[in-house]
Design a protein around this ligand. Structure first.
Ligand code: ZN
Length: 171
């Protein structure tokens, strides 16, 4: 496995604002991408990561919530219910957080690392992360959905701020 460089919005790379392409087949190269993305996400303390964030314009996302890792190709939202409002950040926009309204419970489907169709059901942070990462595949950053007036800077080195945000930052 390898750590991949994370594309930042400040790099102005169009990959972050472009609709990603469907994965035609889950092969070894996709499995390697998924594994490298998990390693990169864990290293960066994210709850999720989308392939465009590592410069790859494909519909692949990874998630890690409550110590459970998910790897999905071609994820699609099947169900989105209820509503939650909470703080969100993005590994491509370090130092920025804001409140975003998301579904409280979601069901997504996609292909796992063996190319088999699976469903991922989640609420709370997992639901938020699934929506945030699928948005990345459509070239959407959380800053375009942030509730007006709530976007602010935070210092990841500030321990109090980091503690308050524990488990809230997304990816
Ligand atoms: Zn993000």
């Amino acid at each position: 496995m390898a750590l991949l460089p994370i594309v930042l919005a400040s790099d102005e790379d169009p990959v972050l604002v472009t609709r990603a392409t469907r994965v035609p087949r889950v092969d070894d190269s996709i499995r390697k991408l998924m594994d490298d993305m998990v390693e990169t996400m864990v290293d960066a303390h994210g709850a999720g990561l989308a392939a465009p964030q590592v410069g790859v314009p494909l519909r692949v996302i990874v998630l890690k919530v409550d110590n459970q890792v998910y790897q999905l190709a071609n994820p699609e939202m099947v169900r989105c219910e209820g509503e939650q409002t909470g703080l969100e950040g993005c590994l491509s926009l370090p130092g920025l957080i804001g409140e975003v309204k998301r579904c409280e419970r979601v069901v997504a489907r996609g292909l796992n690392r063996h190319g088999k169709e699976i469903r991922v059901k989640g609420d709370g942070l997992l639901a938020r992360a699934i929506e945030h990462e699928i948005d990345h595949l459509d070239g959407i950053l959380f800053t375009s959905k942030v509730i007006e007036g709530t976007l602010r800077r935070w210092d990841p080195a500030d321990e109090n701020a980091a503690e308050a945000l524990e488990g809230e930052l997304v990816g």
